[in-house]
Design a binder for this molecule. Structure first.
Ligand code: FAD
Length: 435
């Protein structure tokens, strides 16, 4: 079996041993280095370990304990190999949902912690790690630590967003939140120009739980659709998640080259922007949070060469950098169907929990790019320069190429973090940015 990351970059995986994790077992004794592998939904090389061993965690997927804390919150203890999709499947019909979820539900609890993933409600709820109560960390010396914000707090901070490098998370206790139903009230607003986006976003964040925009990154003047959402109240019961997801399609094959070029992308984006759009609609929960999960293995549509995702965040006050980046992308004619713009900025109670947590108060832009060699590299160099000048950073979970200097400049606590890295653990990403 060969394992790759979601971006399918063909040069990434090289030979790596694969070991399935056995729940009872200690870490396997291996030659070379080890890295936990969740469900491979990271785009770049942070979940790969060429020349070393990947420890598959998906087989460890027990639900261990569940109990309501109060009317609105519950605690769930489960193995780190449990998928968020499995949690939703079991608990949404009972009126419980994840307090923070990324744009795909096919990620493991361990992977969500190791990248401290964020969702469309960062402005209210912070990141996934803000809702992790504790977990067990197993190190290669056989030691086991219970880590929480108060117990082994330094290990907790290193492991949340710690890219799987501090040891194996065996199980975790996370919070779930009460939802009244499995539906959301969604409002859609078209905008033209980023000034309009900032204004809509400020008002939406004050009013709505979820707020995110799709951007037409190829338009001469940035334009897009702003989508705000709120859970619909109800009687606490909901349709089983499986029935909401029943009609998932699958990309039929991997084309030899990407059908996504400037022409097709512009045509798609224009049609998408102008499509009939209700200003307000009631939506089932899954399609709102996970639009891409409706097409299984959509990553193969980029062809055999795979693709990159570029996700950056620039601090509050440096938003002009987003204009600059979008201008550079539009001029280059490269870009994607999938371009997302959102602001981060959690309330004080939800400050970034990890030493390497990606979110920071400001604006985040995420785009996919087919791999077009030098052309793409030249664009990335330009974008990197804009991000660096703005004091921003790139998201390791999405990255397959960021220069070492940009990683170090973006993550001020990297030296502190490095002290917690397990001597037996490593990844392609880590060797690329640190060695
Ligand atoms: C369509 C799509 C949409 C996405 N949207 C978002 C989004 O909105 N927000 C966001 O933040 N991210 C998003 N992502 C990225 C994704 O959420 C993260 O990359 C996530 O961490 C993947 O989890 P995984 O279980 O697949 O882990 P993998 O990708 O397999 O591994 C990720 C990291 O976790 C480590 N790891 C896994 N299990 C363990 C464990 N048990 N113990 C210790 N370390 C472990 C690995 O070593 C690796 O470093 C998206 C990805 C896709 C494909």
């Amino acid at each position: 079996m060969a394992l790759n990351s979601w971006g399918l970059r063909p040069n990434a995986p090289a030979a790596q041993e694969i070991v399935r994790r056995d729940r009872q077992a200690e870490l396997p004794q291996v030659e070379g280095t080890l890295l936990p592998f969740g469900n491979g939904r990271s785009y770049g090389d942070s979940c790969l370990n060429s020349g070393g061993t990947l420890l598959l965690t998906r087989g460890c997927d027990r639900f261990i304990d569940f109990a309501p804390i109060d009317e609105t919150r519950a605690r769930l203890v489960c193995d780190a190999g449990v998928l968020l999709a499995e949690i939703i499947e079991l608990f949404l019909p009972r009126g419980w949902f994840l307090p923070v979820t990324p744009g795909t539900r096919f990620v493991t609890v361990g992977g969500a912690i190791a990248n401290d993933v964020h969702g469309k409600n960062h402005h209210r709820a912070g990141s996934f790690g803000n809702h992790v109560r504790r977990f067990e960390l197993l190190r290669s010396d056989g030691s086991r630590r219970i880590c929480s914000a108060t117990e082994n707090a330094n290990w907790f901070a290193a492991t949340v967003g710690g890219l799987g490098l501090t040891g194996l998370i065996t199980w975790a206790e996370i919070e779930l939140r009460r939802v009244g139903s499995d539906a959301l009230d969604v409002s859609n607003t078209r905008f033209e120009g980023l000034d309009e986006f900032w204004a809509i976003n400020a008002a939406a964040e004050a009013q709505h739980e979820y707020a995110v925009a799709w951007i037409d990154c190829l338009a001469r003047r940035p334009r897009g659709i702003f989508m705000a959402g709120d859970h619909v109240g109800g009687d606490g019961t909901a349709e089983p998640a499986a029935s909401q997801a029943r009609r998932a399609l699958k990309a039929p094959f991997t084309p030899p080259f990407s059908p996504l070029n400037a022409l097709t992308l512009r045509a798609f984006n224009t049609a998408y922007y102008h499509r009939p759009l209700p200003a307000r609609a009631r939506s089932p929960l899954l399609p709102y949070f996970y639009p891409l999960d409706g097409i299984l293995e959509w990553n193969r549509l980029y062809g055999r060469r795979g693709f990159y995702q570029y996700q950056c965040v620039v601090p509050k006050g440096a938003e002009a950098a987003i204009d600059e980046m979008l201008a550079a992308i539009s001029t280059s004619g490269q870009g994607s169907l999938l371009a997302v713009l959102k602001t981060f900025g959690a309330p004080e109670a939800h400050t970034p929990p990890g030493l390497l947590s990606f979110p920071l108060a400001g604006a985040t832009l995420a785009l996919d790019f087919p791999d077009r060699d030098e052309e793409t590299e030249a664009l990335f160099a330009r974008l990197d320069a804009i991000v660096a000048a703005a004091g921003g950073r790139l998201y390791p979970a999405k990255d397959a190429r960021m220069p070492r200097s940009l990683f170090r400049a973006g993550y001020a606590k990297v030296e502190e973090f490095a002290r917690f890295v397990d001597p037996k653990f490593s990844s392609n990403f880590w060797r690329r940015v640190i060695d």
